[in-house]
Structure formats: structure tokens, C-alpha cells
Design a protein around this ligand. Structure first.
Ligand code: ADP
Ligand code: GLC
Length: 503
């Protein structure tokens, strides 16, 4: 096992609303369920806090009830919780679940068909306060508290202000990672009462954002360093176009904002060992492997068994993911009877779901749609498809294009955020240099997408040698977590040194 070159192992506490295998709605869970394990492999101690949601408590992992329990004053009443403990699989990473049934014993993580849960501010204020309290009560002395997305955004404020009087905060550095700047945790200003923080912090330089309380801004201003999940997105969010009105705050952070690309858990996403596939394969035998996977998936989903290009999509059904381009393109190509098939797996916004359902009903042999969350189907689509379509309007990092590369499924992407950093367009120059791994378009427009996807489909159908070069170059890419984990360690070490030198 690789060992860190650092002299002293660090103790890093992760604070996140999601982590595989306990609770997942998107890539945040993949990152927070795997990065701690990779850091532990490098010789560091990692602990992780997540809310004790109903589905997390239903885990098949062994859960231990700890003797850590306490109450937090929440706007005039005391709310009690206790900590449950488990470990991330195949690791020595301790996971603490904040068990508070009134807030977390619910069907979903953030909301239901009616929208976000109305008490999300109270729920995640409580979560952050419980974490900082638990660290004190357990006498942990972390070097770094690594906070992910708005749900953990208050933690850097407790660390920086010393609010609560916790001794561990004096020498601990805080890091805020932005997985998606558009989700900000913005609430009615009077919800400040739930945070337990003094109203003096409710000002335009700290927690206030256009009259509201903003958890993400709080994390961005109070943390010792800010990261996001790709260098291109780190540059983009400093601009008004992608900054979601927080670009000024981010520019103010100067060099303490950096982008580190996510990794892939190749223990889970590896076609050579993937038990969810009807046939395993690697770069030496991908043609036969993918053909078996494609035949099986077509049969299982009721798609016609014809010699056409299969385009796969696994995605949240949300504006971010480019549905305003994908849906009209699908309609157009179905009308034109272009010889391609579509397979879509996703859940999300109702208008997108219903348009997809209608298309599938009208063109059963050419469109298969599954509106569910299914790990197994996600793997089978990655393996069976020729092309993976991901024309996101914006994309902080994106994981599915990385999975696609390893599965020999050529990604077609909009050149934005992490997609720029991970997919190399198959233009003449890149092809001749042997570095092309996919197809990318620059302007977010339907004609651009149509042209680029058309180019990919044509190469797939008519240029088998070039296609094989692109597929194999993609399959050989190494996006393992080890590379990213090493970059995080460097950042932790620098940030800790800076914090501790300040006394
Ligand atoms: P985001 O976090 O913005 O949704 P990412 O590409 O970073 O995008 O990560 C999405 C993760 O969620 C991937 O692991 C993907 O396979 C998974 N995913 C998304 N929708 C589904 C679904 N309907 N069923 C199974 N997995 C899904
Ligand atoms: C967010 C982003 C996605 C990123 C993921 C994990 O959900 O939308 O691009 O890969 O977080 O960092």
C-alpha cells in the first residue's frame, strides 16, 4: 500500500450530506464515500459525519450505537440526538451518523414532490452544530475539517469564530469544497436563529446574501481554503457568467480557491471485474464484451435488435444536464428516422420525465427510458452503449464521462467545467497525436450538439479503425482517486501549516 511522504499523519474529518453506500443522490456521494478511504490508504486518519437518514440507517453495514448523545438549543427548544457509528467498506474510516429522527427519518434526503423540505435550514443547521459538538465531546483533535457543499457550510463559521467555545477549533483548518455552486442553501434571514451564531455575522461580507441567509457563502468566506472539483470550473465560477452571483466572493479568495478533479473508484467502475455486467471485458477484448452487453440490454429493455449506434444517458433530469438540447434533438432524429437508439436512465423534473415517457411510448423499438435510481442499470448502460451523451450546460466535474471512458463508451460532451479537463475532442490534431478520447462542442446550442453527435455517430458507423483508437485511448486513461487524493493531501498540509503558524 502506498504511504504518504508526510512526516505526521493528518486527522481529517469529512462533513457531508451524502456518502456511498449510505446515502446518494449524485456525485457528491461518490466523492465523500471514496476520497476518505483513499486518504486513509495514504496513511492519514479519516472520519466522516453524515445525517442519519432513514435510508442510511437501513444500511447493510454493521451499525453501532455510541454513547455520544447530547441536545442542541434550536431556537428556544432543545433538540436531542445520538451518534451511530459504522465504517466505510474495506477501510478503517469511521463514519458517524447524526441520528435525529424528527429531522432525518424521512423518505428522501432533501425534499419530496412538493419541493424542498421546508425545514431544511433547521435540519442542516442542526447537522452542522451536532458535528462540531460531537467532535468536542469525543475529544477528537482533527487537523482539518473538510466540508462539502452548502449542507456543511456552517461548519467553517464555527471553526473560524470559535462560536460554541470548542477547544478543537483553535488549531483545526477548515476546507470548503464546492461540488455545485448553483445549490447554495439560501434561506429566510430570520432562520439565523437556528445557526446559534451571533447576528453580527449576518452582514454582506459574511453570511448575508441579497437579504437572505446563505450557507454556501458562509462556508466560502469562513474557510481557510476553498476547492472545487475541476480546474476549469474553478476558473469559470470566478466569472459573472458561471458565478451564480457568488463570483465576487470567489474572486476575493484569490489563490486559496483551487480545482482538483474527482477520481473514479475503479473497484466499482471497472468493466473487467464488473459483476453487474453479463460479460466482463477490458481494452483487449472490448468489441466482444460490449457486443454481449448491448445485445442483453436491448433485449431486456425491449429495444429492436438492429445494427444501430446505441446512445446512452445516465443523469439527473435537471436543467444543468442539458435536457433543453437533448429532448429536441431526440425528437428531431426520431422524426428523421436517423438510425440510432437511445437508452435513458434518470430521475428528476416532471416535465422532462413526461416528455421522455412519451417518446419511449411512441418509439418503443428505438427509445428505452427508465425513470428510477438503479446502480445496476447505470453500470449496464455504461457498458452497452457506443456513445455516452453528456451535453451539460455546466458541469463542475462530472463522473459519468469518467466511467464511460473506462467502459469504452465514447463521451460526447459540451466543453464546460470538468468535461473540458477530462475529455479530449477527436479533431484531426488530437487524433493524429493519439490523445482523442471523445467529442466536444463549444457553443451551447442545438445545432452544435447535433453536428457533434452526428460526427460521433458517423465515425462509429463508418470508421472502425478511428473509432477503436478513440475507444482504446479512453479506456487507458487513469482517473483513479490516488492522483486526486495526493493533491488534497498537499492542500491540507499547506492549509494546516498556515493555520497553525497563525497561532
Ligand atoms: P451529478 O452529481 O451532478 O448528478 P455526476 O456525474 O458527478 O453528476 O454524478 C452522478 C452520479 O449519480 C453518478 O455516479 C451516476 O452514475 C449516478 N446517477 C445519476 N442518476 C442515476 C440514476 N437514475 N440511477 C443510478 N445512478 C445514477
Ligand atoms: C456535483 C456536480 C458534478 C460533480 C459532483 C461530485 O453534483 O454537479 O459535476 O461531479 O458534484 O463532485
Amino acid at each position: 500500500m502506498a504511504q504518504s511522504t508526510s512526516v505526521t499523519p493528518l486527522h481529517i474529518v469529512f462533513v457531508s450530506a451524502e456518502a456511498v453506500p449510505l446515502a446518494k443522490t449524485g456525485g457528491l456521494a461518490d466523492v465523500c464515500g471514496v476520497l476518505p478511504r483513499e486518504l486513509a490508504k495514504l496513511g492519514h486518519k479519516c472520519s466522516l459525519f453524515i445525517p442519519g437518514y432513514r435510508r442510511a440507517l437501513a444500511t447493510s453495514l454493521p451499525l453501532e450505537v455510541t454513547d455520544v448523545g447530547f441536545a442542541i438549543p434550536m431556537g428556544g427548544r432543545h433538540v436531542a440526538c445520538r451518534l451511530l457509528k459504522t465504517q466505510l467498506p474495506d477501510s478503517n474510516v469511521d463514519v458517524y451518523l447524526v441520528d435525529q429522527p424528527q429531522y432525518f427519518d424521512r423518505d428522501a434526503l432533501y425534499g419530496d414532490v412538493q419541493g424542498d423540505y421546508r425545514d431544511n435550514c433547521e435540519r442542516f443547521s442542526f447537522f452542522c452544530r451536532a458535528v462540531v459538538h460531537a467532535i468536542e465531546q469525543m475529544d477528537m483533535h482533527p487537523d482539518v475539517v473538510h466540508c462539502h457543499d452548502w449542507q456543511a457550510g456552517l461548519v467553517p463559521a464555527y471553526v473560524a469564530t470559535g462560536s460554541g467555545g470548542y477547544s478543537w477549533t483553535k488549531r483545526c483548518a477548515s476546507i470548503m469544497t464546492v461540488h455545485n455552486l448553483a445549490y447554495q442553501g439560501r434561506f429566510w434571514h430570520y432562520d439565523m436563529v437556528h445557526t446559534g451564531l451571533d447576528w453580527q455575522y449576518f452582514n454582506w461580507k459574511q453570511m448575508e446574501f441579497y437579504g437572505d441567509l446563505c450557507f454556501l457563502k458562509t462556508g466560502l468566506v469562513f474557510s481557510d481554503a476553498v476547492t472545487t472539483v475541476s480546474p476549469t470550473y474553478a476558473a469559470e465560477i470566478r466569472t459573472p457568467e458561471h458565478g451564480c452571483a457568488l463570483d465576487g466572493v470567489l474572486r476575493d479568495r484569490g489563490e486559496s480557491l483551487v480545482g482538483i478533479v474527482n477520481g473514479v473508484d475503479y473497484q466499482v467502475w471497472n468493466p473487467a471485474k464488473d459483476r453487474l455486467l453479463p460479460h466482463q471485458y477490458d481494452v483487449s477484448n472490448w468489441r466482444i464484451g460490449k457486443r454481449v452487453c448491448k445485445l442483453t440490454l436491448r433485449a431486456d429493455l425491449g429495444l429492436a435488435d438492429t445494427d444501430t449506434v446505441l446512445i446512452g444517458i445516465v443523469s439527473r433530469l435537471a436543467g444543468q444536464k442539458g435536457w433543453d438540447l437533448i429532448l429536441p434533438l431526440m425528437q428531431r432524429w426520431l422524426q428523421m428516422e436517423r438510425p440510432v437508439q437511445w437508452v435513458v436512465l434518470g430521475t428528476g423534473e416532471e416535465p422532462i420525465e413526461s416528455e421522455l415517457t412519451q417518446m419511449a411510448a411512441h418509439s418503443k423499438s428505438r427509445v428505452a427510458v427508465r425513470l428510477e435510481f438503479s446502480e445496476a442499470l447505470a453500470h449496464r448502460i455504461e457498458a452497452a452503449s457506443d456513445i455516452f451523451l453528456m451535453p451539460s450546460r455546466y458541469e463542475p466535474c462530472g463522473l459519468n464521462q469518467l466511467y464511460s471512458l473506462r467502459y469504452g463508451t465514447v463521451p460526447v460532451v459540451h466543453a464546460t467545467g470538468g468535461l473540458v479537463d477530462t475529455v479530449v475532442d477527436a479533431n484531426q490534431k488530437n487524433l493524429s497525436e493519439g490523445i482523442a478520447t471523445g467529442f466536444a462542442f463549444n457553443d451551447y446550442r442545438l445545432d452544435e450538439l447535433e453536428h457533434t453527435l452526428g460526427r460521433a455517430v458517423d465515425v462509429c458507423r463508418t470508421e472502425p479503425t478511428i473509432w477503436a483508437k478513440i475507444v482504446e485511448c479512453g479506456m487507458r486513461q487513469d482517473w483513479s482517486w490516488q492522483r486526486s487524493a495526493t493533491q488534497y493531501v498537499r492542500l491540507y498540509e499547506q492549509t494546516v501549516a498556515k493555520k497553525q503558524s497563525m497561532g
